[in-house]
Ligand binder design. Sequence first.
Ligand code: NIG
Ligand code: FE
Length: 407
Amino acid sequence: MTAARFDLLIRDVHIVCCADDAAAVSPRGFVAVRGGRIAAMGPMAQLPAGACAGDEVAGGGRLLTPGLIDCHTHLVYAGDRAREFELRLQGASYEDIARAGGGIRSTVRLTREAGEAALAAQSAVRLRSLMQHGVTTVEIKSGYGLSLQAELKCLRVARRLGEQHPVTVRTTLLAAHAVPPEFEGRADAYVEQIAGTIVPEAARLGLADAVDAFCDTIGFTPAQTRRVFEAARRHGLPVKLHAEQLSNQQGAALAAEFGALSADHLEHVDEAGVAAMARAGTVAVLLPGAYYFLRDSTPPPIALLRRLGVPMALATDCNPGTSPTTHLPLMMNMACTLFRMTPAEALLGVTRHAARALGLQATHGSIEVGRRADLCLWDADTPAELACSIGGSPLRRRFHDGIEQPL
Ligand code: NIG
Ligand code: FE
């Protein structure tokens, strides 16, 4: 009988497989990979005698987790908003700046002007930084183009970044992020353009995996959001929503009504909204970077989300205006410190539940036989050690599709 032969064999690791909500650590195990998928795993004592692999990794008793999934980013944009950061330090609010034509619209000006190659180059720097912090799957939204051509440009850049880097990219059309200047005072007409032209074109070209909107006082009303969602539904695209970030617009319930993959932010969600999400299986994507950066003081209702069994994911929300970060493990720390989540919840939030927020739960987000071999090896022993670190980089090795990638 010939001994089992694998492409990759990682030995002697503490494994957090994230296959259920316990996020327990299984000590001293192995993971074997063939064809980019996990082929076998278990305690070292069960490693088949004579098993070998093209690539063997001695884990040295460190922690092995699923590759991290950043399920909410606005990674593709041009320029920065450091000037607005200064204005806010002087007392202006995020809403004041947005109403004065800054905020999202100032990034839109620069993103529209940028050529596709320049936009890709600026965005690639952020993508590589995310990867250096353990990300193997990332969602990238458009939303700084706000015209048919500029939104398609941003989605093309996102797709191309995924083709050029060892990371899985899922794209989301967020044309309903803000009303562009040429539609000033005519938000409904812009929504018609989104529903009638931008969603259909993005769908036809296969550039969007989902559709998102910003439902808030400085974004779109629930009625406008509904029109965007109906267009997504007509074109077979799942939806997500920036909901109850600055105020309660009943956006979470609207998202749930459309079977949304996720409702994101949720600082101002009420019990009816959370209950609707629980019934629909909609994931709560929490964004502690934006909460921190805007110096918010109303955290999302963690105890309520827990009690009603809504899965909680965490993401960077990487964007120039409210969360200029590419450090997903730091978001774990912030979720524990600012939202009082547990380290185990934080780890599930960037793996299992983040996969579900992207509709990838059948293939990504956990270490199980048959799943994609996206893995991270950390200089840590427990999830608490990962979540405890502020800003350091405990990542030692990163594998995407079963292949080790240089850090
Ligand atoms: O998720 N809330 C809306 N969208 C982003 C912010 C975008 C920006 O300010 O550029 C967010 O926080
Ligand atoms: Fe966002």
